[in-house]
Each structure stands twice: as C-alpha cells, then as structure tokens.
Design a protein. Sequence first.
Lengths: 439, 439
Amino acid sequence: MTGMKRIFLLVVAASVLFPPAAHAAGGNSSYTLLFYLVAILLAAKVMGHLVALLGQPAVLGELLAGILLGNFHLLGINGFEGIVSDPFVNMLAELGILVLLFGVGLESTIRDILRVGLSSLFVAVLGVALPFVLGWGVGAWLIPEASSLAHAFLGATLCATSIGITARVLQDIGKSRDKEARIILGAAVIDDVLGLIILASISGAIVAAGAGEGAFRIGPVALVALKASGFLAVSLFLGTLITPNIFSTAAKLKGPGVLMGISLAFCFLLAHLAGIAGLAPIVGAFAAGLILEPVHFQRFGERNIHYLEEGLRPLTEFLAPVFFVQMGARVDVALLAAPEALWLALALTVAAILGKQACSLGVVEKGVNRWAVGLGMIPRGEVGLIFASIGSALVLKGERIISGTTYTAVVIMVIVTTLVTPPVLKWSLTSRRKRESDG
Amino acid sequence: MTGMKRIFLLVVAASVLFPPAAHAAGGNSSYTLLFYLVAILLAAKVMGHLVALLGQPAVLGELLAGILLGNFHLLGINGFEGIVSDPFVNMLAELGILVLLFGVGLESTIRDILRVGLSSLFVAVLGVALPFVLGWGVGAWLIPEASSLAHAFLGATLCATSIGITARVLQDIGKSRDKEARIILGAAVIDDVLGLIILASISGAIVAAGAGEGAFRIGPVALVALKASGFLAVSLFLGTLITPNIFSTAAKLKGPGVLMGISLAFCFLLAHLAGIAGLAPIVGAFAAGLILEPVHFQRFGERNIHYLEEGLRPLTEFLAPVFFVQMGARVDVALLAAPEALWLALALTVAAILGKQACSLGVVEKGVNRWAVGLGMIPRGEVGLIFASIGSALVLKGERIISGTTYTAVVIMVIVTTLVTPPVLKWSLTSRRKRESDG
C-alpha cells in the first residue's frame, strides 16, 4: 500500500509542480494532452489495482479513477478538468473504444453470432420494449406536469444499451468468447438499430407536434431504419465476400506492420461508414472484427490473426483506459446534492435495471446463464446521455422536452447502471460457473 | 501488382463514395479523422511495399505516400487536404513520434550513450558549426540584399538534426542498437540543446537590433541553455535514481496492462517536462527510454522489458506512419515550380548535406562507420521548418527576416534532406557491413 501512496503522491506532485495551465499559455496543446495522459494512465492503473484487490474487474477501477480526477476541483486541486472536455482526450477515448470493440469482434465470427441470432433478436426487442414502457410510466408518475412526449423521451433514454462496459468486463474476466457474450453483443448491435428508430420516431413526433400537425410522417423514420439496417447488411454480407480477397492481397505486401496497418484501416473504414449510416461507430468496428476470420490470415503465415489479437492488446491497454477514465470523469458528484432529482433518478434506475432483466426471457438456447445476459444489458453509458441531451435540445411550445432536473436524473441513472454492472456481471458469470463445476 | 492496384482503387473509390466533406456537415470531426486514418494507413502500407521492392526502408514509402495524398488536389481529387492541417491527425502524429523515440531509447541504456558520449558531443558540435557557417555563406552569396541577421538565421536552420527519420531507418534495417546509432542519437539530443541556444541567441539579437540596442543581453539566452541542460541532467541522473523504485512498486500493482500503462505514463511525463524546458518533447521520450533498463522490470516477472518492446511495436506500427505520412503531405510540390527559389534551395541543400559530413570527423571510437554517422545527421525535418517559420514571423525595420522565397528554399532543402537520407543511410550501413564480413 505504501507503494501505491507513493505513486499517488507522484501524480499529485506532478500536477502541482507542472499544472497544465502553466504552459497552456505556450500555445502548444499537445503538452497539455501529455499531462492528461500521464494522469489518466497512472490513476487508471492505481485504481485498477485497488479494485483488483477487492476482486473487481479493472474497468470499475478506471471509472472510479475518472470520478476522482473529474471531481478533484471540489477538493481545490485544479488542472484535471480538461480530461472531460479536451477534444484530444475525447478523440483518443473514441479510438480506444473502437479498438476495444474491434478486438472483441475478432474473438467471434459472423457464424457464431448468427447461431445465437434468434436469442439476440428476442433479447434486443425485449430489452427495448420493457424499459421503454417502464421509463414512460416513471415519467407519467413522477413528472405528470410534463407532456406525454417528454414521458416517451424518458422511456427512450432507457432503451439504449452501452456495450463498452460489458465488453470490457467480459474481456477482463476472460469470457468474451462465451455464448452469453455473443448473445449480448449481437443484441447490443440490434439495440443500436432499434434505438435509432425510436429516437427518430419520437423526434419526428415532437417536430410534427410543434408544427401543429396531427401525426408525424413515416418517411424520415423509415429512412433512418433503412440506412442503419442497410449498413449492417452490406458490411456483413458484402464484407464477407470481398474481405478474403483484400486480405490475401494485403498478405503479399512487403514491409513492417502491414497486417496491423491494413486491419486497423479496415476497422476504421467500417466505423466511419457506420457513422455515416447514423449508427454508433463502435458498431462498425465490432462488425469489422466479426468479418475478419482466421482463414483470411492464412497467407500472412506467421503473422496470423493471433498476432493481430496480441498486437491489439497494447493498443487497447493504452487507449481503452482513456475512454473509461473520461467516462468516469463526466460524473459530476455535485449532482447528487439535488434532492428533487434523486427520487426521479432512483425510480429511473430501478426501471432501467428491472426492465433489462426481461431480456433473459429472450434467450432460446439451453445451458446459457440467462441472468448474465440480463445483467450484461444493464449499462446505458453514453448512449443514454446522448438521447437525453438530444431531448434537452428539443423545444415544444416554448418548453424544453427534458428539463434540467430530468436531465440530472438521467445522468445519475447512467452512472449507477454503469458502476453496478462490472461487479454483478462478474459475480453472475463466475459464481454460476463455479456452481456448475461443483455440481 | 494487380493486388496493389486493387487496394489503390479501393482507397480512391472510398474517397469518392464517402468524401469527408459529405459528413463534415454532420459536425462529428471524429468521422473525418477515421477517414484520414484509413487513407494514411492504406497509402503508407502500399507505398511501403513499393519501396521495399526497390530495397528501400519503409519510411521512405510513407513519406512518398504523404507527398501523394497531400498533393492529390493537384489532380482534382479532393478530401485529403486535411491530413496536413487536421489537429487530430497532428496530435496522433506527435504521439507516434514520441512512441517511436521511446522505443528506440529502450534499446539503449544511459551507460551505452555515455560510453560514446565524447563522440556524440564532438559530432553534435561539428554538425552545428559547419552547417551554420555554410548556411550563413550561402545567404551572403545568393541573397546579399538581406541583412546579416537573415544570413545568420539561414545558418541556424541548417544546424538542427531531425532524428525521427534516422531513428526509423535504423529500426527498419535492424541496426538501432549499433554503436553508430548511439552516437547519432546522443548527438541529436545535444544538437537539440545547441539548436535552442542558437535560436534564442539570434532571436535575441534581432529583437535587440530592432530596439536600437547595440548588443543583445546574454540573460535570456543563458536561461534557455540552463533550462534545457537542467532538464537533461535532472531527468537522466535523478531519473536513474528514482525510477527503479517507482517500477518495483508498479510491478506490485494488479490488473491488466500495468506495465504498458505505467511505462507510457513515464514516457509522456518526460516528454511533457522536456516541452516545458523548451526542448522537443521527443528528447524527453527518448530520455525516458534510455532511463528504463531491464533491471527495473525484474519484478514484473514474465511481463518484462521484452514484453514492453514487443508491445510498443504495434503502437508504433499504427502511429508512426501517421507522423511520416503527414510529414510527406506537408510537401507542396507546387513549390518546385518557383525558379528563383530553386537556386537558393540547391545551394542550401548542398550546404546542409556537406556541412553534416564534418560530423564524421568527430567520432573518436575505432571500428565505427564514420560515413553512416555523417549521413544519419543529414535530415533537417520539422526542426528546420520550425526555425524557418519562427524567422518568417520576426520583423526587422519593417521587413521580414525570412522572405517568402527564402522560406520556400528552406522547405525544399528540408524535403530533399529528408528523402535522401533513408536510401543513402541504408546503403552505407548495409554495404559497409557486407564488405567487412567479406573481408
């Protein structure tokens, strides 16, 4: 423990001796980024160590490290606020989650996912339907003065599943190739498409209501649905046809790092295209990982897919903590002081957690840990926040659809669902396995 | 070759079908970055393949890939201009060169460098003195109408050594642990300090001349020299004392990626401090690599320094091409059409190349390929450009110290010294070695 204190003191000393503000005046923002990266990496590893002592997945430590760094200013320690808002930290965080999902996708093939496809579909539909109804109900019950469109929007924020946390937990505990993992990951992809359709529908309804029209037009919603499903269909099916060709060609290229370079280019290309189709770029990165199969790498000889998985690990070790620490740093603990938001937050959180447990009913396979599937779908993460912030930007009859209090409650719900998942998911997957091997 | 064409067509097709402009309107700059990364990685690997067929180091291919992408607009193909100016590409390029120099530093220890320290010092001093005199002379000869301070500034742009190219070539051909490599790297670090002092002196003289003072004050120049040498002394000597402690503590931390996280944090911390001291951040990254020695990693058990070197490789494979492609993309081939700048550029280039050959006289060790040391010091890279752009911002008696034509000539000199180094350095190091083993 004294060692840890020493590292902690080092972080604090470094921040006092060389606060980013001291050279921000120099105009070179890359120095500030380096300072943030030092703080993020040290805090992530120290907190990861602490939660590992408690038997928890490292990702929980990284979230806690972020909460610490992001709220240091409350203790009078300044200089870390930029971790939340710095565009470069942001960008590295986004690359980190892309590389993480690409690596998780590599561990499965499209066939693996299709084999549990029916379960994934049911899980996704149930995981959208019940939270939507519960969220609407909570809204109607606790904020009856708001319009019914606001209640619907609240329901929508509970639909999304943020797959980053669950993917990291599965990787931390070495279970990312299990059937449960495939069902959850497949469901999360479908969820992203369903979420987009719901968001487009409700936004369309609000715009239509604002314009005094009775009903909203189906056109734009259909277009959103078409673009998103089109991307998935084209990337997965055309990708499977063309990719072997591209990679057997790439295998002939001479020079260092060809495999890594071409594979990352493929990952970023699909992430880019997913973004254009309106989906989250991580869906594209995951699809890229699914499409790549060991057979595509035969011609690389020694430099095969295992080298790629091995090579992605240090990239993930560097970049993924940036994502999770930043996610933690977005938590504003001052929010917890607002009592009027706390009740709504409590009700929303219960609805969010219970609602996703319906997912376990969607699993058709036998021998699958249904609880784990429901628990893995819990985190709302940044997707819920994106929905809420879109809602708070929409105005109906001069009033914001999502008020400040409601937005705060959604943020607290996102925090709790994010923090609660790593320990319970690990518990569910490891203790069940233990019971099975005992029995 | 047909495979290469296929990949090239893919790049062009992707850029036509999904130009970054089409979604830049969406406001999400990270999608644009993904597009640039795809283009950079694919172009780097394809051109790296082409130069490998000609027996050249991959880094030359990456520079050529950059020249291609950066000048595509001349062929009417748009969408790649941002590779030069995009702040995110910029930032990844800077991280890339840090990680590269950190890795190169890891391959040597401080003791290795001190053993050739006298040679490095002589090489650095000679490599600054002769180019400075030659550059001044070229200025006095070809632009006599400019002030003598402008001639001095021209001399200063020829002093700097850009170590990135040489470090990559040494790594590409597997010679980064050789004595020649250590002499060049040590000299480049000293060069950076000397360059800073020269830049501060001349800028000080210009400011003093502008204020009508006869002589410039020594104070600010001494401060710059003190800060830079202070950083090196403190980081290398104190670093050597404290680091074993920090790393034996870090080895006790549980959780994934501790070694990579703490090591990168150490690299970024020293790069950050070097930046504060006024040195190039890569000097700090290189120092961090030098300080870390295998003995610090004993307690990591399996996760030893070789794992760190192995783990840095994919990071470098991803990020270093971003640096070299961007460096190439900065080349504006339209500049070559300006005849009045071409003569000055030619004279400067000859002075730059010949001037650094004096370096070979500074080597005191026997059995060292002196030619290779001189050739390895040739590239001026971004350091020369930074000097020139500082000069073009300085005004004396209403006139810019560095005129547009002079700046263009400096840019061409930087291009030529950068492109000429990889082939000649490889030739010198591999053919001499062959002759030795033959004899």
